[in-house]
Write a protein that binds this ligand. Structure first.
Ligand code: 13P
Length: 284
């Protein structure tokens, strides 16, 4: 199937009380693994690309890869630009077939974040592309964006409502204490705010920083209103560790396809585990 705008799948998730996995790809193997895991669980899924991956491959190549992987798939697959900070890259992604984009204006003062987000929403709307906005600041390391735990700013329901009203974004990343990368200290999660956001707003909520949360915590976040959960670092870890383990155990193996197949299978299993916990299994 062609890539789909994710708004429909996220609205269905909000209504149905489950969450769609948004997984960061880094190459074609991870792209295929994400789609394969979604197919195996009959789940809608979002492929997403970080700014470093975009810098390496360019949006045109990434959109082509995503279209190829989704093209032969019976499940709904969306392609999302994660943490877009550069207006030109976001506009290019919109033109090249991404079906949603995130504008991360969290480094700007609120008024400027709103103005810049609104400009992205206008361009995206004209192309049938959905937009994720961010209010508050998510801690951790996401490629070249580094935010210390004490610099994180939690989202309040009042701010979130006002932000969505003024910008027109379709779904919102809520900063509720999760962080990008591995957790060095136990995260201080504000699940009450997530619940309040779900009750007081009508739009789908996004939780960043899916790696390293216990599956019980993931279930709690989904029950409290997370409709899209981002998972990136765990993909990179599983990929590298599975290659490392296989090569260590088979030092004389030079059939690279065999080595990569091992990583592929590990990735499909790991991603499938998230899909099941998020509750989107069987929802395609
Ligand atoms: P993790 O790397 O912690 O899974 O976070 C991913 C993310 O939120 C990408 O935006």
């Amino acid at each position: 199937m062609p890539l789909v705008n994710p708004l429909g799948m996220l609205q269905a998730a909000r209504k149905g009380g489950y969450c769609v996995g948004a997984f960061n790809l880094v190459d074609y193997l991870t792209t295929e693994a994400i789609v394969k895991a979604a197919e195996a669980r009959r789940a809608p899924v979002m492929l997403q690309t970080s700014s470093a991956t975009v810098k390496r491959f360019g949006v045109k190549t990434l959109a082509t890869m995503a279209r190829m992987a989704a093209g032969s798939s019976p499940v709904d697959v969306a392609l999302h630009l994660d943490h877009g900070t550069d207006r030109d890259v976001i506009f290019e992604a919109i033109r090249e077939g991404y079906t949603s984009v995130m504008f991360d204006g969290s480094r700007y003062p609120l008024e400027e974040n709103i103005a810049r987000t609104r400009e992205i929403v206008e361009e995206a709307r004209a192309h049938g592309v959905a937009v994720e906005g961010e209010i508050g600041v998510v801690a951790g390391v996401e490629d070249d964006i580094v935010i210390r735990q004490d610099e994180a700013i939690y989202t309040t329901p009042e701010e979130a409502l006002e932000f969505v009203r003024q910008t027109g974004v379709d779904f919102l990343a809520a900063a509720i204490g999760t962080a990008h990368g591995f957790y060095k200290v136990e995260p201080r999660l504000d699940i009450d705010t997530l619940r309040a956001l779900r009750e007081q707003t009508g739009f789908p909520l996004v939780v960043h920083g899916g790696t390293g949360l216990g599956f019980d915590v993931v279930r709690e976040l989904v029950a409290a209103g997370a409709c899209k959960m981002n998972v990136s670092t765990q993909i990179k870890q599983t990929y590298i560790d599975s290659l490392y383990d296989y090569i260590q155990a088979h030092r004389e193996e030079y059939n690279i396809l065999k080595v990569l197949q091992h990583a592929f299978e590990q990735l499909v299993e790991m991603i499938g585990g998230y899909i099941t916990v998020l509750g989107s299994e069987g929802k395609a």
